[in-house]
Design a protein around this ligand. Sequence first.
Ligand code: NG1
Length: 444
Amino acid sequence: MRGTLTEKFRAAFGDAGEPRLFRAPGRVNLIGEHTDYNGLPVLPMTIAQEIRIAVLPRDDGRMLLRNTHPDFPPLEFANDDAIAPSPPGSWDNYAKAAVAGINQCLTPHTRPGFSLLADADLPNGAGLSSSSALVVACALAYMDALGLSLEHDLPRLKLAAMLADAEHFVGTRGGGMDQAVILAGTVGRACKIDFFPLRVESAPLPDDCEVVVCDSTVKAEKSGAARSLYNMNPRLCHLGCELVRTRLAEEFGEEVEVERLGDLWYGPLCLTTREAEALFMRAVPEGPVPLVEIARRLRQKPEKVVARWLEEVPVMDGGYDILARLRHQAGEYRRVETARDALFAGDSAALGQLMNESHASCRDMLGISTPELDRLTEIALEAGALGARLTGAGFGGATVNLVPANRVERFIETVGRRYHEEYLGRDGDASIFVARTSAGAGPV
Ligand code: NG1
């Protein structure tokens, strides 16, 4: 692989020297969806598919980007104080996010450039975190150009937390799951990740089952069209958190410090999940809540509520179902903790059941599934999976399936026939694969 990527680098940039090589794996999330940005845990694992880059520093401050994939054209930007985002969907935004984030956090004395070639066997828009893998790989390349090394100059989790914020540059309001597992993942283990502060516990994977990824082949381009759809859930959760905080202030007669929903469990209140659910019911009415009612409860003008919490969120005449979002958080929190225990206990049946419940909650409470993802999970269960759910941001992308090891071959054949050939009407063999873990990102 080294030779090939180096050769491609030389073909792209001329024989400019021996490039340095870095890799960053994709990830599949077993359970814990749309919880990270609220500070609630997740349970992903790395996969073998990855982004690889070849890179050489430049002393003229120019960042030259090339990609072996024809969909991503050559691009360039200057490494100065005013790195501005390109239009949504432009792939240089991920390199810009990494460079601008490091410049802001580490304030380096020099601003070197680099010539970078990216290559991947990780599909994009599949919910397998190609975007964060690219951000992490570019960050490693830029750190190298600055003479900084992972671990020695910057611990992995510190870099992960930094890059989670840095990726907001591209316009999505995600949490820190992807950057953390990409940097701190280990071979043969899943990662139970907690946030604020970021902590990673490695958990054993089942030895009687395989984790199988099935791509629905409906692209979820989070940096493009799916961006505002994705952002809707973080925004509604933050609004829900404000409603909860307002309610708590009324009940206690003073402000209670709750910065994000996760603080209800870990903060000064230390609620149980049952108590958190009861609080949600007191703080937010059931079903869609009209904007005027939200504004009344927060004692704010509707325009202010829109400007502060509903930016980019599509206008819903009937209102927003905030309680459903909060209930998903409580349920998913409990499922992640129980799934972690199931992994340590080697209880695959329990894990599968939790994955199925998670899919139903993502579909019914968050509205992030699609007819294709629903059909794919139904077929997967009929084909012998113990658990099947959408993975990642949703609105397309892939499902993650827990399949007994002795049924994997039949499973892949059945899903290929019934989903790809019968439901979609085309061949899709390459989009079903057994997930294999890999080491966290680093130099090759
Ligand atoms: P993907 O599937 O990589 O787009 C996104 C967010 C995660 C998390 C999941 C949903 C980014 C970089 N990633 O992941 O933080 O919120 O959705 O669980 O925004």
